[in-house]
Design a protein around this ligand. Sequence first.
Ligand SMILES: [Mg+2]
Length: 158
Amino acid sequence: MRRQFRSMGKLAFKNKRRAPINALWRGNLGMSEIRTLIVDDSSVMRKIVERALRQAGLDDGLVVYEAGSGAEALEVLKGAQVDMILSDINMPVMDGLEFLRQLKAQNLAPGVPVIMITTESSEEHVKQAIQCGAVGYIRKPFTAEQVKERVLPLLTAA
Ligand SMILES: [Mg+2]
């Protein structure tokens, strides 16, 4: 079931699915829902990230918000609370670094962990992203196992 957000771009929607019980991470994290904002200009990549999160054990309770640029992500965050943000670096309109700066400037999603999705070519920006407030990164292409090892602990620590 997909619900379109009225005031947002066509890429921003809430995607909530009921899934088989997998309370392992939910239980560990003490959260009934894990609301995740996935920001990437590639809709295919957003789906890959979502699938990796589900395969990493977050299936039950995972609520996914999507945005195709930093600007769209800011709009989503004005209307929704999330527990975690996964963001691409290279995006048109507003890239991942400017998105991080705007998060701070607009005091949106304070304390919410932001994990960057990087490529080899955006590796040089990772250090900058960490300085701008990102708590970690995963490099494309990644496996569900890597997501489990590198992303979920950041969620626990937040
Ligand atoms: Mg991109």
